[in-house]
Write a protein that binds this ligand. Structure first.
Ligand code: KET
Length: 399
C-alpha cells in the first residue's frame, strides 16, 4: 500500500542535530541549528521566564481551549513589539494578529491564506534563505522563486540586482524578507536600502511578507523592527511572522504570531476571520502554556524590561564571540580577510567555507556547521572558541 511513498532524507538543519547528538567525539561543538547556548554551553531559562512560570504554577489552573486566535495578551504582545505600542496602524485597528505555533506556524498560516486569496501569486525568497521558507510555501502549492541577495565575492548584498529583479515582479507577488539578522547570511539591508526597496514594493503593488525570528539580536528591539515599522508608516499591506523561540529561549513551547496590516478596519476584521478559519482547519487553537508565559512577561513593565536586558545579554555575548573568533583566525590565517565575522548580525555567520571544508570540520574535528557554510555563533563560548578557530584554520590551510 505504501510502496509509492517517497523516502524523506531528513531536514538539512534538524538532521544535523541528530548526527551531532550521536557523535562520540568529546570535543564536538554544535554550530548548526539556530539555538542560543550560554557561556556554559547550556540552553538558558531566562529569569523573566522563571518568574512567569512560578506565577502560572501558583495556583495550578484549569486548561480550557484557547480562542482559535490565541490569548488576547499574546496577540497584543506581538503587536506592541513589532509595530511599537503607539503605532497608528494599531490605534486604527488595521492589524489582524493571531497567536501561532512558533514562527513556522505563522509562515504556514500566512502561506495558506495567500494560497486561498491570492492563488495566482508567486513567492520570491532571498538567495539564499532559511530552507524551510521554500518548503513551507511550496507545501501550500505556491510557486517559489528566488531574488538576488547575497554576494559571495564581497560578503555584501547584490542590492542593484535585487532592486532590478523585484522591480519587474507582478502585482500581488509575495516578497519574503528578513527584517533583521538574515538567516543564513547575517547580512542585512541598511535603513536607506529598506526605504528604497519598500518604495519599489509599493509601486509594483507587491505583498511584503517579513519573517522576524531574531528581534533584539541585531541592534536593538526597535532598530531590528525598522523595516516593519517603515512599511506600516507607508501604509503598505504587510504580513509579519514572528517567533519567540530564540529571544525568549522558549523553543519547545512554540510561541509565535502572524500579523497582517490591512488598509481598513473592515478588511482587517475579514482577514482576521479568515486567519482564524485557517487555524480551525489545521489545529483549531494554539497550546496555552507558552502564550501565558509571553502574556505575563510582555504585559508587565518590570518583567518586560528584564526580558529586554536578558536578550541584550545574549546579543552581546554573541558579539564578543564574533570578535574572539575573528582575532584568532586573523592570527592563524593572515592571508584571509575575516571582517565578515564581525560585520554580520544576529546568530549566524556565513563563513564561505566549501562543502568539503564543512565536511572536514565535522568528520575530523566534530565541529558542526550547516552544509551551506552557515555557522551559529551562539554555540561558541570561551571554552570552545579557540578549538573551533583552530579547526577552521586547519581546513582553510590547504586552500
Ligand atoms: N524564521 C526564521 C528566519 C528562522 O530562522 C526560524 C528558525 C524560524 C522562522 C522558525 O521559528 P520557530 O519559532 O522555531 O518555528 N530557524 C532555526 C531552527 C530551524 O531550522 O527550525 C535555524 O535556522 O536553525
Amino acid at each position: 500500500m505504501f510502496e509509492r511513498v517517497d523516502y524523506y532524507a531528513g531536514d538539512p538543519i534538524l538532521g544535523l542535530v541528530e548526527k551531532f547528538n550521536a557523535d562520540s567525539n568529546p570535543n564536538k561543538v554544535n554550530l548548526s541549528i539556530g539555538i542560543y547556548y550560554d557561556e556554559n554551553n547550556k540552553l538558558p531559562v531566562l529569569e523573566c521566564v522563571k518568574t512567569a512560570e512560578q506565577r502560572i504554577a501558583n495556583p495550578i489552573s484549569p486548561r480550557p481551549y484557547l480562542p482559535m486566535s490565541g490569548l488576547p495578551g499574546h496577540r497584543l504582545a506581538c503587536q506592541n513589539l513589532l509595530f511599537g505600542a503607539d503605532a497608528p496602524v494599531l490605534q486604527e485597528k488595521r492589524v489582524a494578529t493571531i497567536a501561532t505555533i512558533g514562527g513556522s506556524g505563522a509562515l504556514k498560516v500566512g502561506a495558506e491564506f495567500i494560497h486561498e486569496w491570492f492563488p495566482k501569486s508567486k513567492c520570491y525568497v532571498s538567495d539564499p534563505t532559511w530552507a524551510n521558507h521554500i518548503a513551507i510555501f511550496e507545501g501550500c502549492d505556491i510557486e517559489v522563486g528566488t531574488y538576488p541577495y547575497y554576494d559571495k565575492s564581497t560578503n555584501g548584498i547584490k542590492f542593484d540586482d535585487m532592486m532590478a529583479f523585484i522591480g519587474q515582479l507582478h502585482k500581488h507577488d509575495v516578497v519574503l524578507l528578513h527584517p533583521c539578522c538574515h538567516n543564513p547570511t547575517g547580512t542585512d539591508l541598511t535603513q536607506a536600502q529598506w526605504d528604497a526597496l519598500l518604495d519599489v514594493i509599493k509601486e509594483r503593488e507587491l505583498i511584503p511578507f517579513m519573517d522576524i525570528a531574531y528581534q533584539g539580536f541585531g541592534q536593538d528591539m526597535d532598530s531590528d523592527a525598522y523595516a516593519i515599522r517603515k512599511a506600516a508608516e507607508m501604509n503598505l499591506p504587510l504580513f509579519v511572522s514572528n517567533s519567540f523561540s530564540k529571544n525568549l529561549s522558549l523553543y519547545g513551547e512554540r510561541v509565535g504570531g502572524l500579523s497582517v496590516i490591512c488598509p481598513s478596519i473592515s478588511e482587517a476584521e475579514r482577514v482576521f476571520g479568515q486567519l482564524v478559519y485557517t487555524v480551525r482547519r489545521i489545529y483549531t487553537s494554539p497550546p496555552s502554556h507558552g502564550g501565558r508565559i509571553l502574556d505575563i512577561i510582555m504585559n508587565d513593565d518590570a518583567l518586560y524590561q528584564q526580558w529586554v536586558g536578558e536578550v541584550y545579554g545574549m546579543r552581546d555575548r554573541i558579539k564578543a564571540m564574533r570578535l574572539k573568533l575573528k582575532s584568532v583566525l586573523e592570527a592563524k590565517v593572515p592571508a584571509r580577510n575575516f571582517d565578515y565575522i564581525t560585520n554580520q548580525n544576529g546568530m549566524f555567520s556565513f563563513t564561505g567555507l566549501t562543502p568539503e571544508q564543512v565536511e572536514r570540520l565535522q568528520t575530523e574535528f566534530g565541529v558542526y556547521l550547516i552544509s551551506n557554510s552557515r555557522m551559529c555563533m551562539a554555540g561558541l563560548n570561551v571554552d570552545n572558541v579557540d578549538y573551533v578557530a583552530n579547526a577552521m584554520a586547519e581546513v582553510l590551510k590547504v586552500e
